[in-house]
Design a protein around this ligand. Sequence first.
Ligand code: MG
Length: 385
Amino acid sequence: MTAESQPVLPLPSGIAVHGAGELSRRVHDEPPHAYRSPFARDVARILHARAFRRLAGKTQVFTRLPADPPGDHFRSRLTHTLEVTQISRTLAHALGLNVELAEALSLAHDIGHPPFGHAGERALDQALREHGLRFDHNLHALRIVTWFEVRYAGFRGLNLTLAVREGIIKHSRDYSADDHPDLAEYFLDQRPPLEAQLIDLADEIAYLTADLEDGLDSGILALDPLREEVALFRSFHDEALRLYPSAPSKLTVNEALKRVLNALVTDLMQEIYARVQSHGITTLGGIRQAPERLAALSPAMEAERAEAKRFLYANFYNSPEMREAHHHADYVVQSLFAALTADPHLLPEDHQAHIPAQGLARTVADYIAGMTDSYIQQLWTRCAS
Ligand code: MG
């Protein structure tokens, strides 16, 4: 083994989730594979899922409709997912955590996202509220991997390990046991393992840096205000300008952005290590019982991140161009939801079959949540526009 392949800040080995024991348990027993770990098999099951492939057609920031974005190199939810996976694998390896578990959770982290990104999610949630229900993309992801994916003759769902199912719902938030008795097996009164906790931060880091790049590239963001308002970017951009005084602007921006990404990931790695040390934790049980989640940026870097995110909200996510797209998403999702609940025969037969058990509103929401941007646009044009 070469020196580069060793973890740089290895946590005590008892903290990593191991591919044996309770957390690698599946709902339906399966014999172990000859040479693949349980989490490596979960990575493959998620990669081969239909819901995973549909991420290519779903909004990250720009919709995937033909007229938008102004180019075909902007992030989709699939390429965003792959960027999160790269960051999570790096962090898990550097800290001596379970890389395959972090990879599986990264690949699945947005699998429950509806079309049209957060605007689509808000619209679907709004439509469901009128029926006393809510839409939550983490809970929907769990339903996808435990029910909607049908690939095996012996059972529905992907039969993923307990650690992956727990991480899918808990990587970014906690759920109270009182509100969710159906989730009792997922240790709701305990913190998730670090492999799950770090996904949420890897997600933040991935989209923060990617959205600055896509925002600039689309022309919605401008370089001067970014330099003025985001100190973290400015300091690395100054460094890039010093190192490459005659390079094209786009390349010095790229040099700055990759340094921003590296600084955020390095800070996160060091902060996780420091927090585990300061709590004196040496086991997974210690991570589960810790008074707070231990995957976090340092306070100084968290302030830098928050400044960059405020800039993105003010100048990109809430820009007039984006507001128009959000408005369209809201209208399409809500009017299609109304059309399908008014006439359930518009649903495909396999979805109609879920109505007795799930109720009409949830069945319609499940159908819409699975759609890509272009599919919902086409169906809306046909049924509801
Ligand atoms: Mg994400």
